[in-house]
Design a protein around this ligand. Sequence first.
Ligand code: NAD
Length: 418
Amino acid sequence: MEIYDHPTFRMACQQFELVADHLEIPHGERDRLKLPKRSLTVALPIHRDDGSTQVFTGYRVQHYLTLGPTKGGLRYHPDVKLGEVAALAMWMSWKCALTGLPYGGAKGGVACDPHTLSKVELERLTRRYTQEMIPFIGPQTDIMAPDLGTNEQVMAWMMDTYSVHAGHTVPSIVTGKPVGLGGSLGRREATGRGVAYLVNRATDTIGLDLGKATAIVQGYGNVGSIAALSLARYGAKIIAVSDVRGGIYNENGLDLWKLEQHVAEQKTVSGFPDAAPISNEELLLLPCDILVPAALERQITEANAGKIQCHILAEAANGPTTPEADLILNQRPEIFIIPDVLCNAGGVIVSYFEWVQDVQSFFWGETEVVDKLFRSLETAYTQVLATSRKQKIPMRLAALSLGIKRVQEAKRIRGLFP
Ligand code: NAD
């Protein structure tokens, strides 16, 4: 479909076709599995603080609804396009199926730079977006969550706007809310914590001592910062991190507690006193044991895939590795990949727990959340690793084929209406 044409959507389709060939899915069934079910594009006019009016563009894509409501994050970033959102929705579908969640995939986005908006402007934009989405979303239809550029506060405004419309409080319309509004303990940390759990499992698999390992994290936001802290708790030494303004490097290890204070004050890792500055491109090529891309899509490409120097590539971001880069990495058995649909699945797993708690109005302690999270990740990791070894296929192909096969089976069993 031309409306989705975008490099990231082409990349998701390319990955899908590779898996479909592997699973020998008949060509006649492929479009039904691949193409998004619904998408909505909205114009979002808001009053700026200077009295002017500015119109932003917002999107939501629901990929498939066969197994339950759709689920997926909302992204605020200047480059957001419909095709990018559609690709992210597709990956969410495979991720939910891989981890056994009763959801289809969705994603939303607003093309804006949240850092250039005041808090009040951000609130107006979020409320207007939610208002425009009301006919399209619902706790049994489509549930949002934070992603790049959005956070708990954005989710709280969405929940409030939706609840005002419904006439009663509807916490289950979003996940990743503040705990005081029906959010789940452990949700904010879930994605990064899950990344570190899986890295720990991967070190067992390849025989690496995590207590002596070095790690690098690209993107020091919600996911990247928690992944770094959690890896440090497992004993790894974090030698470099970055954000949109650039990176910092100290081969003896960064003091993450001091870095937390620096980021809280400066809103960036740049300028951290105990480290040397480094560009995002250079950071990916530094020698390390664990490399964690936790920012944007398409960071590891055919240009740098041959040059990265890690033993574990833990894909915390969605779609950080292009199919062309994959071809190169598949020829480098010294690099063990934890593919994105598995690696960052902790976020949607605990989002599911939050939704279940909201629907039941029955809340769990953090230990229960983390325990259930690790058990879900363990099951998914074991299945992906076993499939990869049994069929002698790369981890990404194994993970995607498990997810896509489950969606294919669900669609086949439900049949096609009319
Ligand atoms: P965030 O907005 O909290 O953090 C993103 C970080 O990336 C920021 O530090 C930002 O400065 C940095 N960044 C942006 N552009 C960059 C660039 N060009 N180079 C280097 N760094 C850059 O977002 P997040 O929620 O941490 O999400 C990060 C990634 O993880 C995204 O790919 C997102 O889709 C994925 N993800 C997030 C969740 C979640 O629960 N938040 C779940 C699954 C996957």
